[in-house]
Design a protein. Sequence first.
Length: 252
Amino acid sequence: MGTLRGDNGGGERPQEGGGLPDLPPEWGTIIIPDDAGALDGEGAPIRRQFRRAAIRRRWRRRLHLRPEPVRRTTDDSPGLAVPLLIMSIAVIATLISLFAVAWPGHAPKTNPQVGTPTTAPASVSLGSITLQRPDGTAVSLKGLTPAVILLVDGCSCEQLIRSTTDAVAGSSGAAKVLVVATHAPTLPAGLNEKVAVHALADPNNSVRATVPALANDRTSTAVLVGADAKTVKIVKSVTTPEDFKGELSQLQ
């Protein structure tokens, strides 16, 4: 028969007193209270840490962030509260800026753009130009000033010639009316006899070539020239003397 042993067949003798082995010394003194409710004070921080860890895990999943590495969680451990706060402030600031820009009646004030003032074209002298009468006789433009030159290439412009002659007759000056085209045009009958009207040919388009503003223009044009043969006013695409009537008094 076998021999009974008190070590449960383990081959070792039980410790004195037959109780549990001692706890590690680094755990310190452990006191087990008779009432488990006395541990609520110590359990509250632990439960709070567990809740914070659970919240962090949920937010990391929602933001598609990698899982937080396993570590010891304490009250001093940084969580997602600060990053979320910063992100929220940035989003709110951006939305406020967008609303401020898009809100009707609250457009940002800007300094009005001041356009560059336009100046009248510089006066050009036409004194050196020579034109031709219908019979081919050359005549200097200088000897026919002051005058209103009507450039009527490709246009009979009878009404314009009549109204211009009447406007010159009604002014205080002594200007002539020069109706000029590549070939000497035919003047309409019944013009105002108070004004000298001349039909002249400009085969080389000397007038348009001399005035820079008319170099590439072929519309009906009025060129007002003073007694010194210098231009006073130029009106392109003219249809009525009302466009230059105010300057007729300067043709002295």
